[in-house]
Design a protein around this ligand. Structure first.
Ligand code: CU
Length: 208
């Protein structure tokens, strides 16, 4: 075989494999949103992250959310072979103050990874483009992001694959009137009422 022909044949056989490998570990995932903590109305709904060609389509639809903007993110463990993140129950309330705060979710659910903002790929958590619930308590979010970019950012920042079926989604933010004990922890400089999780969904491979 002529070397050039050999090379072309090799490329032809390898390139589709490489392309397949790029998307092979992305399965559509979805999850049922269930309430966490008892600080306001009960949130319910669904979240889904589904590949569509080279993109990932993220959708979140819930009802029962307190009116206003809510932080929402994919959380998970930042390791090469991440354990399955799970939604915490009240046993995660380590300091026994009656509230599972963001810091107390780390053992079950890992760290904050992908924000549901207008720029998820940026991984920027500090943003004012999180979804907003209306007075009727409905909150919906939809965003389409390039899978390769998202994967690269997550790998670079957290040293972990997307592994979406091992992640959870949190919705944060208690109603204005809710009383929080002073012992509730938060991120440096961010009020606890903004970061306390009020709902969680475990992502599982969607049935095809
Ligand atoms: Cu979060």
């Amino acid at each position: 075989m002529h070397p050039a022909t050999f090379f072309a044949t090799l490329l032809a056989s390898v390139l589709p494999l490489a392309a397949a490998a790029q998307t092979a570990d992305i399965t559509a995932v979805s999850g049922d949103v269930t309430p966490l903590n008892d600080l306001g109305p009960e949130i319910s709904g669904t979240v889904s992250l589904a590949p569509q060609g080279d993109d990932l389509v993220i959708t979140l639809n819930v009802e029962g959310a307190a009116p206003g903007m809510h932080l929402a993110h994919v959380h998970g463990f930042a390791t090469q072979e991440p354990d399955d993140a799970t939604c915490p129950d009240m046993s995660a309330d380590a300091n026994g103050d009656g509230v599972v705060d963001l810091i107390e979710t780390r053992d079950t659910s890992g760290v904050t990874m992908i924000p549901f903002t207008d720029a998820p790929v940026s991984l920027r958590i500090d943003a004012d483009t999180y979804p907003e619930a209306g007075r009727d308590g409905r909150l919906s979010y939809a965003q389409t992001v390039p899978i390769a970019q998202l994967r690269n950012m997550v790998e670079a920042r957290f040293g972990t694959p997307l592994a979406l079926d091992r992640r959870v989604v949190f919705i944060h933010g208690v109603p204005d009137g809710a009383e929080l004990p002073d012992s509730v922890q938060s991120l440096e400089g961010v009020p606890a009422r903004v970061t306390v999780p009020v709902a969680c969904a475990e992502l599982v491979a969607a049935e095809s």
